[in-house]
Design a protein around this ligand. Structure first.
Ligand code: 13P
Length: 255
């Protein structure tokens, strides 16, 4: 549980440098002062520097969509956590379902990435979630447990306060098929119980992701098991993103 709501925009492979700068400038010019919501954005790597420059000194944080476990070396196409820190990034997503499904990332390497992010002072946002087949065959909990097991091996109790988990059912990503409130509530409760079983010094922070939009967000965020959202499509439409921020500002904090 966080003291503020957390809203993260995953821009995925959208908004190249020029578009990212113009989006960030428009966002800054229209956003109202934030009382109870942290707003983070994850541009594509090539747009990170320019976006970080625009948002520098603002309440908004910038982060990456992925991070490598080594600080430098022969890892073509990867991004060092140290380089991300250097340009002012504050966090990195790890283990997004698109990385797992399209680029073959495993839970073991995702945990290595999360650990390296922590070591570099970045917040890892660890994405987990089941496919539709896994949900209908009743193995969701086992899948989530397997995805988190290497994280539990890597993250110390002291580091546990700096980890964010994002539950994103694969079947709800980019499909317009948001999970039901009952599904979100029970799955988040399960993730919270897994985390609690590790006896970490800090409670889990769990975001929901998957077809979040201004119509469904208020009800999702009102669930006591939900700390915020990881948003794809609606985070790169300025009017929808501003509406989501407004909803978070109006939704009472629980706990
Ligand atoms: P959508 O919000 O477009 O469904 O994407 C969710 C997501 O993958 C965020 O990481």
């Amino acid at each position: 549980m966080r003291s503020k709501h957390l809203l993260i925009g995953n821009w995925k492979m959208n908004l190249g440098p020029a578009q990212a700068v113009s989006f960030a400038e428009n966002l800054l010019s229209q956003i109202k002062p934030l009382a109870q919501t942290d707003v983070w954005v994850a541009p594509p790597t090539v747009s990170l520097c320019d976006t970080a420059r625009v948002l520098n000194g603002s309440p908004l944080a910038v982060g990456a969509q992925n991070v490598h476990w080594a600080s430098a070396g022969a890892f073509t196409g990867e991004t060092s956590p140290a380089f991300l820190s250097e340009i002012g990034a504050r966090f990195s997503l790890v283990g997004h379902s698109e990385r797992r499904t399209l680029f073959g990332e495993t839970s073991a390497t995702v945990a290595q990435r999360a650990k390296a992010a922590l070591d570099a002072g970045l917040t890892p946002v660890v994405c987990i979630g089941e496919t539709e087949h896994e949900r209908v065959t009743g193995v969701t909990e086992r899948v989530l447990e397997e995805q988190l097991a290497p994280i539990f091996e890597q993250v110390s109790s002291a580091e546990s306060a700096r980890v964010v988990l994002a539950y994103e059912p694969v079947w709800a990503i980019g499909t317009g098929r948001v999970a039901s409130l009952a599904e979100i509530q029970s799955t988040h409760a399960f993730i919270l119980s897994l985390w609690a079983s590790q006896r970490y010094a800090h409670e889990a922070v769990v975001l929901y992701g998957g077809s979040v939009n201004p119509q469904n967000f208020a009800d999702i965020l009102a669930l006591k098991e939900v700390d915020g959202a990881l948003v794809g499509g609606a985070s790169i439409k300025l009017d929808q993103w501003l509406q989501l921020i407004q909803i978070a500002e109006q939704t009472p904090l629980i706990g």
